[in-house]
Design a protein. Structure first.
Length: 186
C-alpha cells in the first residue's frame, strides 16, 4: 500500500502532470509467422489494434515510461503447398506495452521495450477439424516504434513487434508491422 501511495504522489506532482501524455489509438497491422508441418506455408493477414496509451515522464524529461492497454488481433493463415487448402487462425489479445519512450521534442519520439500479452480469444476457420490449442499466454513480444504528432492532438504510432518461439500448437515466430492513428487527450 505504501508503494502505491508513493507512486501516486510522484505522478501527481505538477511537473509530471504537465508532461503526461495520454490518449487513444487505433489502426491496422500486418501479422506474419510460421506454421508447423511439412508441405504447409504461412500467409500473413491483416488485423487491428485499438486501445489507450499513457506516457509518464521520467527524471530529466527526455525519457518517458510508455504503457497502456490495447486490444490486438494476431491472425495468421496456413496453406497446404499440395492442395492449396487454407485455414485461418484468429488469436486476440489484451496487450500491456511496457517500454521506454525517448522524446527529444514534443512531437516525436522513439520507443523500445516489450509487451505483456494475454490471450483472450481463439478460433480457426477453413476446416471443421481445426482447433487452436496449447496457447502460450502470457507471452512477451519485443516492440520497437516511433510516435509522431501532426498537431497537439492528432498523430500516429508506427511499430514493429515480434516474439520468437511458440505462440500456440503449430504456430510460432510471430512478427507484425502496424500503424495506429493517435488522439492525445492531455
Amino acid at each position: 500500500m505504501k508503494k502505491m501511495l508513493v507512486i501516486l504522489f510522484l505522478f501527481s506532482s505538477h511537473s509530471a502532470l504537465a508532461a503526461l501524455d495520454y490518449g487513444i489509438e487505433a489502426g491496422a497491422r500486418q501479422q506474419s509467422g510460421d506454421v508447423a508441418g511439412a508441405n504447409f506455408s504461412a500467409n500473413s493477414r491483416w488485423g487491428m489494434q485499438a486501445g489507450a496509451f499513457a506516457h509518464f515522464p521520467m527524471e530529466g524529461g527526455l525519457a518517458h515510461f510508455r504503457t497502456g492497454i490495447l486490444y490486438t488481433q494476431r491472425p495468421l493463415e496456413s496453406e497446404s503447398d499440395i492442395t492449396g487448402h487454407k485455414i485461418q487462425y484468429n488469436l486476440d489479445y489484451l496487450d500491456f506495452p511496457l517500454a521506454i519512450l525517448f522524446k527529444p521534442q514534443e512531437k516525436f519520439g522513439i520507443y523500445m521495450g516489450f509487451i505483456a500479452s494475454v490471450n483472450i480469444a481463439k478460433s480457426c476457420t477453413g476446416d471443421s477439424a481445426c482447433k487452436v490449442s496449447d496457447i502460450d499466454t502470457p507471452n512477451f513480444p519485443m516492440i520497437f516504434g516511433a510516435m509522431m504528432k501532426f498537431n497537439p492532438k492528432l498523430g500516429m504510432n508506427v511499430y514493429f513487434d515480434g516474439a520468437n518461439g511458440s505462440v500456440a500448437k503449430g504456430l510460432g515466430n510471430y512478427k507484425s508491422f502496424g500503424i495506429n492513428l493517435t488522439f492525445s487527450m492531455d
